[in-house]
Write a protein that binds this ligand. Sequence first.
Ligand code: NAP
Ligand code: ZN
Ligand code: ZN
Length: 371
Amino acid sequence: MWVHIRRVAQETYPIMGSALAMTQETPAYGARRAKAPVGPMTIERRDLRPHDVEIEILYCGICHSDVHKVNDDWGNTQFPVVPGHEIVGRVASQGARASRFREGDLVGVGCIVDSCRTCPECRAGHEMFCEKGVTFTFDSLEQDKKARTYGGYSANMVVDERYMLRIPTALDPARAAPLMCAGITTYSPLRQFGCKAGDKVGVVGLGGLGHMAVKFAASMGAEVAVLSTSRDKEKDADRLGANRFVATREPGALDDLAKTFDLILDTVSSPHDLNQELALLRNFGTLVLVGLPPGSTPLNPEMLLFGNRRLAGSNIGGIPETQEMLDYCGEHEIVADVEVIPIQKVNDAYASMQRGDVRYRFVIDCASLGA
Ligand code: NAP
Ligand code: ZN
Ligand code: ZN
């Protein structure tokens, strides 16, 4: 079993009188080059700054963005990369001036670990659009624009308390981990576009994001249809709260759905036809893209003009809205459906996700990093 890292900053900070530049080694899993298997490596975590919190990572969900990053689908990955931004852990230690949490608290870290804190976007709680450059949880630069960030496929992590979230105690930690990305990414657009009781909402793609979208939309009283390429997910769609299931690859499947939906959330990870989806919106309805397949896709302007339809996108969510989403999940007992795996199975999980075969989020038990 891996022995917990040495901790010195909390004691030494007041004596030193400035942030420490020391680091500590941590076991992690990552990829050394594009499409390489995800394997063991050692990374460094900084010692505690005054407002830092060190967590022992308990669970980390596997988002399809992790897969895109390792495959360098978006052409911007800096290797080596340690993915993981659906993190739940326990507070192990804190910097001298950290006050939001106590040792042992269950906390979450999502996609964002720092930002400038002063620009209009940061002040509005939209840290993901920080005008000085947000620090994402992995494959990103710290605010010093030099140090790189490494994600949650690791044993511990050091994050400023401002970017750490409180996990409601009623929620199972493994099943809460995917809320940190899949949860906020689907909750946020439903709120932004005013999802309400009686609305007809379509969810395209029933994976990690898709199954959370179904749970949230159903909890808000919407009438939910799942549009999926996998007929064998039909029973699950019903159990998750959907009122209707559409197997989109079957001939004629979409014929009676033209002009049906107020809102469609597209969570698909591979290139596909958006014009077909736009046709399913009623007049003034909105198609929100949250899936981020590589490449571009043709758009027929007629599909927007005739019906005043709207095409929108939504990128994760800021820190305040993420806490709001977690509290909402605590109240409504919403968590992800997960398959907990040891880190040693991570490459098998990636292969399943690339086949669209996930029920509905793989979550790494990070205790396995010490195995
Ligand atoms: P996932 O769990 O792998 O699910 C993706 C689903 O898309 C699959 O289960 C499958 O559902 C469907 N799909 C896959 N290939 C398809 C194809 N060729 N045609 C039609 N449907 C297909 O992925 P995820 O973690 O939910 O992520 C989904 C996408 O969202 C990724 O591109 C990811 O990078 C992106 N993402 C964006 C944000 C954001 O801020 N907007 C945040 C997180 C993730 P069916 O079997 O039901 O068809
Ligand atoms: Zn994600
Ligand atoms: Zn900012």
